[in-house]
Design a protein around this ligand. Structure first.
Ligand SMILES: [Zn+2]
Length: 79
């Protein structure tokens, strides 16, 4: 089955970064959103990433620097 497949938290985590950046495909977004409906942990993670993204934007940091976003990703993965 390809449509509406269930994903687990590990898969969800892989999709969240792209999802927050609005880079994920429609089917990935659907799968993730479905997972978020039943998983508070991943839902909080998405909220956190969105907040962090907004905060970085608010600080007017140079987010075009790839080094910067690598640092941020690493930071998030350590949480
Ligand atoms: Zn989950």
């Amino acid at each position: 089955m390809k449509t509406n497949r269930e994903i687990d938290c590990r898969e969800a985590l892989k999709l969240i970064a792209a999802y927050v950046d609005q880079q994920s495909t429609k089917s990935d977004s659907k799968s993730l959103e479905k997972h978020l409906e039943s998983c508070r942990h991943c839902f909080d993670r998405v909220e956190f990433e969105k907040m962090l993204k907004n905060r970085l934007k608010g600080l007017k940091l140079d987010t075009s620097s790839s080094e910067m976003s690598t640092e941020v990703r690493r930071f998030l993965e350590d949480l």
